[in-house]
Write a protein that binds this ligand. Sequence first.
Ligand code: SF4
Length: 605
Amino acid sequence: MQPLLKIDLTTGKTEEYRIPEKWEKDFLGGASLAARILYSSLTRELDPLSPEAPLLFMTGPMTGTSGPTTGRFVVCGKGPATGLWAESNIGGFWGPELRAAGYDGLWITGKAEGPVYLWLNGDRLEVRSAVHLWGKNTYTTQERVKEEIGEKSARVCVIGPAGEKQVLFASIMCDHGRMAGRTGMGAVMGAKNLKAIAVHGTNQIPVFDLAKYAPLRSESNRVLKQDNEAKVLRELGTAGAANYSEYMGAMPVKYYTHGSFENVDNISGAKMTETILTARSACQGCVIACGRVVKLGDKAKRKGPEYETIIGFGPNLLNDNLEAIVDLGELCDRYGMDTISTTNTIGLAFHLFEKGIITKEDTRGIVLNWGDVDTIEQLVNLIGRREGIGDLMAKGSRRFGAHFNAEEEAVQVNGLEVAYHDPRGVSGMALSYATSPRGACHNQSDYFFVDWGHTHEDLGITYFDRHAQAEKAANVARHQDWRTVFNSIVMCIFANTDPALQVKLINAACGLDWTVEDMLNAGERAWNLKRAINNRMGLTRVDDKLPKALLEPFPDGGSAGFMPDLANMLSAYYEARGWDLETGKPSREKLSQLGLEDVAINLWG
Ligand code: SF4
């Protein structure tokens, strides 16, 4: 592997960090390797917004090699809203550019005295003032930085005003709307006074065995292009899932209180394709191109929203105006805010207003009527600027609810807002949300796909009824392990080709001779390591829970009346994982079996 570049923003000191060979082999790269590297620095006492907090930008062993969906990187640290392990995966072109500059990651600590941006041109690093960029939105910042450094082919990842103001769900953006959206890594960057990082490189991106890798890469991309799911993603974007999800009663409506949305056709991926889509966009080397480019009345080209943004600003708030959703998504992008957490927290505000828990006095006169697009926009602006009620909302739904003695109304797990795949429609998501290392995450295990019937038989991930319960727990654990491999390589979860072919490709990229089972074992190792990090930061079994709303049946829709039995599912899950039933910690035996003896000593003495 190439080294990481460590940068202390307080002192300006830089040094190269070489990753121990054993860690490289055990964890491969990406979020898994980042967890190993940061293991000892992520303590319970660490304030995620302090200068001491680390922020690690990590690529994977295939980043930038034009393998299937491998243009990605991941940003890791401690989540400011969750106080837990945080990782946020992002596409675009920045990761490949970093590897071409000769580094597999950037490890940032400290805090600059005033706003700065970094300009890494090959092995030359400059720290430049960003005073004039402070307050600028994410798109303008990228343009300005590129102009200033005079290198058109550089790639720039940035924060917007939300990151500067430490909105706890602020994101990091690169290229045209590619986001490390979840877990508030933008706030961590803002707390360091770091506005942007520009990178440019001209080196050949290293692959362990290119002669073996190249033909496997071609075959993988050819197979992926023919994959049905990939074709749907290309044609309809991720929003192509909206109709089916609604049909199954797996799309939450009106802040998770209903399971049916009559006007789903107005906001579907098909509607977008038929009415406003003008082009598709892709991360580096991706043959799927799930990104949308749309045009509205003003004819300007914009990013088209993804499934989560559409459901969040749409059915979640009883809004069926697709063009308004495009605008609201873009507004979040400009501020640099995660659309899931933003829309979920706005949904909570509407919900509390309807219940009379918050009033016009709290909102400074704003009336929160469901579906009122102008009010939704007003709230996005207030959050992004941390003004009025938006200042409270910027702390995320858990804290916002707690402020009004209504924390139990917030639909979040451990401080991360629940995404829009409802476990009452697809029960596997109950475990995915309750046990994800970063809070309620739908990407650490997108088990809704399995519950829809998209199994991975070659991995032993088989089909259980979408409303089956404890019997699918081991299946969910295995799916999490497989997705953890994706997070090590930093691949997109949409690259679902034959696992044997994927393993061959990874072997060629990393110089390994592993089987599918070896690969799953590596995924399990990293999953347990992240769990151990969280246990050390105070997480126990009682934190593996779901919010109240998800444990009440929908009154309508395709899942009406069903409720996941989380307690039983969790017990079966713990057993499958080899975790201690009482404390929720991975057992000493499990940790030793995974080669994590030092972690076992830390956790168990
Ligand atoms: S499928 Fe979409 S998000 Fe994933 S790598 Fe390709 S373009 Fe990027």
